[in-house]
Design a protein around this ligand. Structure first.
Ligand SMILES: Nc1ncnc2c1ncn2[C@@H]1O[C@H](COP(=O)(O)OP(=O)(O)OP(=O)(O)O)[C@@H](O)[C@H]1O
Ligand SMILES: C[C@@](O)(CCO)CC(=O)[O-]
Ligand SMILES: [Mg+2]
Length: 416
């Protein structure tokens, strides 16, 4: 399957279990996974290939009809935000936002964003965590539901660290887009948890989530929202999404340096460098592209299980790419420390996502002694980093019933 994220699919092959109504009168639970970029971060913004996989840490959303039928409430416990607006006030904004159902989702214009900032009381130029999350929500709500604004109460809670390179913004945008499209009748509400949305519906969710990412990132490539939507393993280039059907099992150590950073700022920094030194930076991005190609070739040659030689190639690719990412200006001393610590135990690491702090991945060969992993984890924890051992590839955006939600999610929703 090849999908172009810029194409909007109409609701023609929707699941027959569609409710058809503009509003649901029951709770809706949606989740979307975070992602790990194996190779190609930043280069993918400039048309190069990225390889990315779904992560088994997810963002969960609960949507309920509004309490008094006249308000919209957004509750974001991860960042301590809870805001309520009157539908009658929001209604006045609709003419500036609503796209007809047949039209392509349009990216947010600077005027629309200024308009929303003023409405929400954020001063122009603010790019903090709360304002970006709220603006992305309002943008999607007004654009998707503009025909008939529903009264809603939404809670979004995530297992993902926010702003750490694991695609939290994309998982946030994907789950909001899916819930709003479902509640406004633009995609189906499958009656059972194990029934997935159709390809056309996923394409629609993805294209709206991409607009949400634009609010948060400025100039996203679209790779993060594609993984949030489809999950699994993807090859992504210039908006073209190619699922990689079979990938060998890969174990990684995922480490959060806990150094905060903004994807938007880092992406803008790379663009500046590229404009300033095109002859120097373009070959580096081309080399990152070649790394992604080589990594895909090795993974596909090793679907039945990678050989030791293939693992060695993957490790070398990780090392080379980490150097390239430093060259394009998205490294950080916390990441250097991490790479040095893992190298001293014979392991290979690179940053993942936008860099500048945030998260890194360390490849774990199957023959690695558990004591080595323990020693590495201990050393990294001593720096104040958080580590998880995980395997990659997780399902994309999903609908849940309340009884099937993980315990930590139910607890967080009950507290919210
Ligand atoms: N659970 C959440 N609740 C509220 N806002 C969120 C949540 N998850 C993400 N966000 C929004 O996304 C922003 C983080 O996005 P950013 O792109 O900088 O980091 P990331 O997506 O975690 O990393 P990367 O893009 O490198 O993978 C936050 O500042 C916030 O606005
Ligand atoms: C840094 C970047 O390449 C990945 C962020 O997860 C940005 C993007 O692709 O939009
Ligand atoms: Mg992001």
């Amino acid at each position: 399957m090849v999908v172009n994220q810029n194409l909007l699919c109409c609701n023609t092959d929707c699941n027959p279990l569609i409710t058809g109504s503009m509003m649901v009168d029951r709770e809706l639970f949606v989740s979307a996974p975070g992602k790990v970029i194996l190779h190609g971060e930043h280069a993918v913004v400039h048309g190069k290939v990225a390889l990315a996989v779904g992560l088994n840490l997810r963002t969960f959303l609960r949507l309920r009809p509004g309490k008094d039928n006249g308000t919209v409430e957004i509750n974001l416990p991860n960042i301590g935000t809870k805001l309520t607006w009157k539908i009658s006030d929001l209604q006045a904004l609709v003419p500036s936002f609503h796209n007809s159902p047949e039209s392509k989702p349009l990216g947010p214009s600077p005027e629309q964003l200024d308009f929303l900032k003023t409405f929400a009381g954020f001063s122009n130029g603010t790019t903090d965590t709360e304002s970006l999350a709220v603006l992305a929500f309002l943008y999607l709500y007004l654009s998707i539901c503009g025909q008939a604004l529903p009264s809603l109460e939404i809670v979004v809670w995530s297992q993902l660290p926010t702003g750490a390179g694991l695609g939290s913004s994309a998982a946030y945008s994907v789950s909001i887009a899916a819930a709003l499209l479902a509640t406004s009748g633009k995609i189906s509400i499958p009656a059972q948890e194990n029934i997935r949305w159709t390809q056309a519906e996923l394409t629609l969710i993805n294209s709206w989530a991409f607009q949400g990412e634009k609010v948060i990132h400025g100039n996203p490539s679209g790779v993060d929202n594609a993984v949030g939507t489809w999950g699994g393993a993807l090859r992504f280039q210039a908006g073209e999404i190619n699922p990689i059907e079979r990938v060998p099992v890969l174990e990684i150590l995922l480490t959060n340096t806990c150094v905060p950073r903004s994807t938007k700022t880092l992406v803008a920094g790379v663009k500046d460098k590229l404009l300033k030194f095109p002859g120097i930076m373009e070959p580096v991005l081309s080399s990152i592209n070649a790394i992604s190609e080589e990594c895909q070739r090795v993974l596909q040659a090793g679907v039945e299980g990678l050989t030791i030689e293939q693992y060695s190639v993957l490790e070398e690719l990780i090392d080379i790419n980490q150097h390239h990412l430093n060259v394009i200006g998205v490294g950080h001393p916390s990441l250097d420390r991490l790479c040095q610590a893992t190298t001293s135990h014979g392991l290979h690491s690179k940053l993942t996502g936008a860099g500048g702090g945030g998260c890194a991945i360390t490849l774990l060969r199957p023959d690695i002694e558990p004591s080595v992993v323990d020693a590495v984890k201990q050393e990294l924890s001593a720096y104040g980093y958080q580590c998880w051992r995980t395997s990659i590839g997780a399902p994309g955006v999903s609908l849940h019933s309340s009884s099937m939600l993980p315990e930590d999610v139910t607890r967080s929703f009950n507290k919210a």
